[in-house]
Write a protein that binds this ligand. Structure first.
Ligand SMILES: NC(=O)c1ccc[n+]([C@@H]2O[C@H](COP(=O)([O-])OP(=O)(O)OC[C@H]3O[C@@H](n4cnc5c(N)ncnc54)[C@H](O)[C@@H]3O)[C@@H](O)[C@H]2O)c1
Ligand SMILES: O=C/C=C/C=C(\O)C(=O)O
Length: 488
């Protein structure tokens, strides 16, 4: 049985309380690991190690050397790709394709892009006239913020955790990471690689545990943490913001979504189906950027619904060890309960169930009966104020609504508390520009989905987040700025 210890000050340590919790496989329902749970004394040690590292070799290291080390780290992640993949797919039940093509390479890229960017980014300079004629020079200096608390979710654990740790370290900070209790493996493994390439001890620390009254809450309440970056549910964001208010610590939040896709009648239908199949069903619908509301212009509504149904029904369910599986299980029994409660609600509210709607019927003795599988599901026929259309379900499901005009679909697509992403399928670029600009979302894709240039600003508006990260935008959160005004 695997054991995941804490990683503090460059070494793997057991929780001082001796407490552990079980990690369950989403694919089989069986226990796959014991995880050490960090309580107050371990969290303190991790924060103190991170504070000490700021004053040690890491804090004194020239920026170019720090960035070179992070480039080496990215190479080392690539070299250990198979190990990271294995750890990730066993924890999450993801298909190997998703882990291999998206998640693990993005983990390495998340260090590379910010190391390169930091090396090549300066600050503002303003010359200023003064009454005595000699002038003054204003120089923008960047300092690390300090110890960054990173709280990350389970849906793309390595990608989302490194998306925070990459810029935090490139900017010279140290981190204490609290990965989701559902996905402890890759964050733990990264400690080994940090040591291997010579990142000084205390720069990267990992504590395991839960949110409330456990490692998550203890970390975000800790006065030694200077900033908190969080990806997860909107409600958790609200709790963390309250915790961060004590001591006025800065936050950066990437939260939930209820993202629309709009399919215009002039769309290339093959492309529209390919994009929507991914945005609805990739990672079993457990993607914050995923589509759960689709609006289709009436002349192509029937065709779109029947082709998406065919696509959903052709998906092959299985865990990472099933050859040819194209869709995995949900992360946990608890999350499956949540998704199935929406499946039931949709039926109770009179939705037309185009496909799915329940738990798949596997043969007796099939290992998948123990896993947390649900059927890919498509509904039509519900009003826009239905909870199925308004609330984030985070499963492999979508509701499809017909529309007749651009104004009508913009009103429907934006009538939501969320504002993370939107997808527009059209061959008319003027329309894409016009409609895209009105989406009230942080990211809008036209004829694609999850196409990510890491230099661009990433984040959501309304209940989908606070702040933007990516490229130079990450400096806003991960550095403190000093304006040095020199009288000449
Ligand atoms: N906007 C984005 O970029 C983005 C990306 C991925 C996921 N998400 C969102 O994440 C959610 C799925 O992830 P999840 O279920 O792991 O989210 P979650 O909010 O339940 O948990 C996320 C993390 O927060 C911790 N946590 C929970 N309560 C806490 C507390 N009171 N104090 C400190 N830490 C606490 C958890 O232990 C976990 O590590 C979805 O809502 C999804 O949309 C958003
Ligand atoms: O599940 C959410 C995926 C989010 C993706 C990113 O944060 C990213 O691509 O940087």
């Amino acid at each position: 049985m695997t054991t995941h210890k804490l990683f503090i000050d460059g070494e793997y340590r057991a929780a001082q309380s001796g407490k552990t919790f079980d990690k369950i496989s989403p694919s089989t329902g069986e226990k796959i690991a014991d995880v050490h749970e960090a309580l107050a004394e371990d969290v303190n040690d991790a924060v103190e190690a991170a504070q000490a590292a700021l004053k040690g070799p890491w804090g004194k290291m020239p920026k170019a050397q720090r960035c070179d080390l992070l480039m080496k780290l990215a190479d080392a992640i690539d070299a250990r790709k198979a190990d990271f993949m294995e750890a990730e797919v066993q924890d999450t039940g993801h298909t190997r394709g998703f882990a291999e093509k998206v998640e693990i390479p993005r983990g390495a890229a998340n260090f590379r892009i910010f190391a390169e960017m930091l090396k090549n980014t300066g600050g503002e300079y303003f010359h200023m006239d003064t009454p005595d004629g000699t002038g003054a020079a204003n120089l923008e200096l960047h300092r690390p913020k300090g110890v960054i608390g990173v709280i990350s979710p389970w849906n793309a654990p390595f990608l989302l955790m490194t998306w925070k740790v990459g810029p935090a370290l490139a900017c010279g900070n140290t981190v204490v990471v609290k990965p989701s209790e559902e996905s402890p493996a890759t964050a733990t493994l990264l400690g080994e690689v940090m040591n291997e390439v010579g990142i000084p001890k205390g720069v990267y620390n990992v504590i395991h545990g839960f949110g409330p009254e456990s490692a998550g809450e203890l970390l975000t309440q800790h006065p030694g943490v200077n900033g908190i970056t969080f990806t997860g549910e909107t409600r958790t964001g609200e709790a963390i913001m309250k915790q961060a208010a004590v001591g006025l610590r800065d936050v950066s939040f990437e939260l939930g979504g209820k993202n629309p896709a709009i399919v215009f009648a002039d769309a290339d239908m093959d492309k529209a189906i390919e994009v929507t199949m991914r945005s609805c069903f990739a990672n079993t619908g457990q993607v914050c950027l995923g589509t759960e509301r689709i609006y289709v212009e009436r002349p192509v509504f029937e065709e779109f619904v029947s082709r998406l149904k065919a696509g959903a029904e052709a998906l092959i369910q299985g865990g990472p060890d099933t050859d040819g599986a194209t869709i995995g299980p949900l992360i946990s029994a608890e999350h499956r309960e949540k998704v199935l409660s929406y499946y039931k609600k949709a039926a109770d509210l009179g939705a037309q169930i185009i496909t799915g709607g329940g738990v798949p019927d596997f043969p007796d003795g099939d290992y998948r009966n123990g896993g947390f599988f649900v059927e890919p599901t498509i509904w039509t026929g519900l009003p826009e104020d239905s909870p199925i259309v308004r609330e984030e379900i985070f499963g492999p499901c979508c509701h499809i609504q017909p529309f007749d005009s651009e104004d009508e679909v913009i009103a429907m697509a934006t009538d939501t508390n969320y504002g993370l992403s939107a997808t527009i399928l059209t061959e008319n670029l003027s329309r894409a520009h016009r409609v895209g600009g009105q989406m009230e979302a942080g990211l809008v894709w036209v004829n694609s989905w999850f196409l990510r240039d890491l230099r661009t600003a990433f984040g959501g508006s309304k209940s989908s987040g606070i702040g933007r990260e990516g490229g130079v935008h990450s400096l806003e959160f991960y550095t403190e700025r000093t304006n040095l005004c020199i009288k000449l």
